[in-house]
Design a protein around this ligand. Structure first.
Ligand code: UD1
Length: 438
């Protein structure tokens, strides 16, 4: 995927500086994407705070405006939305296909209007990413769902009806989507084998703040008693677990000392426990975690799992770190089948990683050497930036449009921690940066 006009942007990095200092984490991207779509479920005005200002949320807001919603940005992270003026249930423009979370418009439009026509979701190419479980859920609530010309066409012929849905596979997207649609259905919906991620709970809290009746979010059975109407609310989104984890791992990979602020430490436990296991010091206090990596770190095994397991969205960053640890580590990916595309890039930097099936076998090396890198997707892109920060010499990371989908001011926050990094848009700028920082 290349978003026109942004394809020249790249990061140029001079590695070797430990990250030191404090970084403030923004609102959870994946909660925000669902919550923005869920504003369609009420005709009253909703104010959302702590919305991360990243490309994916910008696309969601653009989509809402396109179908007639009034979207007012109060400041960079606060938005006031009124969807009473929405005049279309169709979202098929090209820009919609850029993001995976467009599937939330199906649940939201179906809940509010009983029908939806939404382009099939795109997003990062990290596996086949079907939406069959979402569709199964909507059908169980009485909707007729077809895939026509690359769009999901769902019609309930009126109000959805509550139903019982067992998810064969734990899916964050399907859990949230069904929960949203069911909040305005008639009767009760039960989702079994539901995802338990913090943003599932956040979306449920948001919907409940509008008058929905959702119980059990955060466990594997969620019960939603449908209500006739939802009302206005003011809601602040939880901190982004993955943005926080990314800075924690960056601190460790550069042998730094970073306080990551505005987090919920409990949401970070899977990451924290792996960092401690390999030899980092991690201190939690209130809404902050401090990561110190003063010594050589040791190998471990990581397997991605649904929450509270180790998040798949932290897998590439963790692999970058494990490659700098002593001994042989393994990383097993159980959620998405195509998530090792960063390995070839790391090999250019001197990494010794072999992928066998869904496991990467990572032999520790002494250090990375700077190289010209291409971000294959959002999280792998962030991981390559971490590798560049830890490397000897200069690296460039291109296709950063992926990274900007999910990290707000990545280069600014890293520079604030002492990283030598700049966003540039031409080869001449790369050369200028090299001359400037020596
Ligand atoms: C969401 C996140 C993504 C994260 C992922 C897992 C958003 C926009 N994206 O993606 O960053 O990596 O959760 O935490 O919030 N599956 C099916 N059928 C479906 C739905 C999913 O088979 O209908 C499979 C997927 O292919 C995958 C697994 O279930 O193997 C989990 O996917 P899911 O949790 O739904 O991920 P996404 O919603 O795509």
């Amino acid at each position: 995927m290349t978003i026109k006009g942004y394809d020249m942007d790249q990061y140029v990095i001079k590695g070797g500086n430990p990250l030191v200092g404090e970084v403030e984490i923004g609102g959870a991207k994946n909660a925000a994407l669902a919550i923005l779509a869920a504003t369609l479920l009420t005709e009253e005005t909703v104010q959302i705070e702590n919305v991360p200002d990243v490309r994916d949320t910008q696309v969601m807001l653009e989509a809402l405006s396109n179908i007639g919603a009034s979207v007012n940005r109060i400041d960079a992270h606060t938005v006031r939305i009124n969807t009473s003026t929405v005049n279309s249930v169709c979202l098929e423009e090209d820009f919609i296909k850029r993001i995976r979370a467009s599937y939330y418009f199906v649940g939201a439009l179906l809940g509010r209007f009983g029908q939806a026509v939404v382009a099939l979701p795109g997003g990062c190419n990290i596996g086949s990413r079907p939406i069959d479980l979402h569709i199964k859920g909507f059908r169980a609530m009485g909707a007729v769902v077809r895939i026509d010309n690359g769009s999901v066409n769902a019609n309930a012929g009126g109000r959805l009806k509550g139903g019982n849905i067992y998810l064969d596979k734990i899916s964050v997207g399907a859990t949230i989507n069904i929960m949203m649609a069911a909040s305005l259905a008639s009767g009760t919906t039960v989702i079994e084998n539901a995802a338990k991620e913090p943003h599932v709970v956040d979306v449920a809290n948001f919907l409940n703040s509008m008058g929905a009746n959702i119980k059990g979010a955060g466990t594997d059975v969620i019960r939603i008693i449908g209500v006739r109407k939802l009302h206005k609310t003011e809601y602040s989104i939880i901190p982004d677990q993955i943005e926080a984890g990314t800075y924690m791992v960056a601190a460790a990979a550069t042998r730094g000392d970073v306080i990551v602020r505005n987090v919920i430490p409990k949401h970070l436990e899977a990451i924290t426990s792996k960092l401690i296991e390999i030899g980092c010091e991690v201190q939690e206090s209130g809404d902050a975690v401090r990561v110190v990596a003063a010594h050589q770190l040791m190998n471990t095994r990581v397997t991605t799992l649904a929450y509270p397991g180790f998040p798949t969205d932290m897998q590439p960053q963790m692999a970058v770190l494990l490659s700098l640890c002593e001994g042989t580590s393994t990383v097993t990916e159980t959620i998405f089948e195509n998530r090792f595309k960063y390995v070839d890039e790391l090999t250019k930097m001197g990494a010794d990683i072999k992928v066998e099936g869904n496991t990467a076998i990572i032999k520790g090396i002494n250090g990375y050497k700077g190289a010209g890198l291409v971000a294959p997707d959002l999280r792998a892109g962030a991981a390559l930036v971490i590798a560049g920060l830890a490397a000897e010499g200069f690296s460039t990371v291109s296709d950063i449009v992926y990274i900007e989908r999910g990290y707000e001011d990545f280069e600014g926050k890293l520079a604030n921690l002492g990283a030598v990094i700049s966003k540039v848009d031409s080869e001449a700028e790369v050369q200028k940066f090299k001359l400037r920082v020596g």
